[in-house]
Design a binder for this molecule. Structure first.
Ligand code: PNS
Length: 162
């Protein structure tokens, strides 16, 4: 039986930490929807369409990955694709409270939803899209430590530093 999951996030931008989570999840799931959603507490640098194209480029050779943008609640998207397993990454204990709130809220709205958490590699335990944007806004020389080459190029373009 094929096992599918949704990996939702803002992915503004998609980092090597996100890639690490997808690679771990692919050991367990056959198909993963990387679902770009809106986190209303964040201001975004890239449009959802730009993020979608960036992530699609990263996984262009991997048919197990489908990249989508969802505008509604995650639970509504889950019902739409009939996939009720949600993947999230955990970097440190500090992530737990937010993840607990999100998983519980999603389950309150849709009892079928199960959230599965993958621990990020130690190498990326500090890494976040916000940190990447902060670094990129000052100096783009270090971005290869944090993002894939296509995202690095997009960040350089946004900050016009190249
Ligand atoms: O990478 P992020 O910013 O932590 O991702 C958060 C995201 C986009 C997955 C979350 O905000 C979300 O699911 N937004 C869609 C709206 C929704 O369903 N909200 C209820 C769950 S908190």
């Amino acid at each position: 039986m094929s096992k599918s999951a949704i990996y939702p996030g803002s992915f503004d931008p998609f980092t090597l930490g996100h890639l690490d989570i997808v690679q771990r999840a692919l050991k367990i799931f056959d198909k993963i929807y990387i679902a770009i959603g809106e986190n209303r507490s964040k201001t975004n640098l890239f449009t959802p369409k730009e993020r979608k194209l960036q992530i699609e480029e990263i996984f262009q050779d991997n048919p197990a990955i489908t990249v989508v943008i969802f505008d509604d609640l995650l639970v509504d998207f889950a019902r739409q694709v009939n996939v009720f397993t949600v993947i999230r990454g955990l970097r440190a204990v500090s992530d737990f409270e937010y993840e607990f709130l999100m998983a519980s809220t999603n389950r309150a709205m849709e009892q079928e939803i199960e959230s599965v958490f993958f621990m990020t590699s130690d190498r990326y335990s500090f890494l976040s899209s916000s940190i990447v944007k902060e670094v990129a806004s000052k100096n783009t020389s270090y971005l290869s430590h944090f993002v894939t080459p296509n995202v690095e190029k997009a960040l350089c373009g946004k900050f016009r530093l190249m």
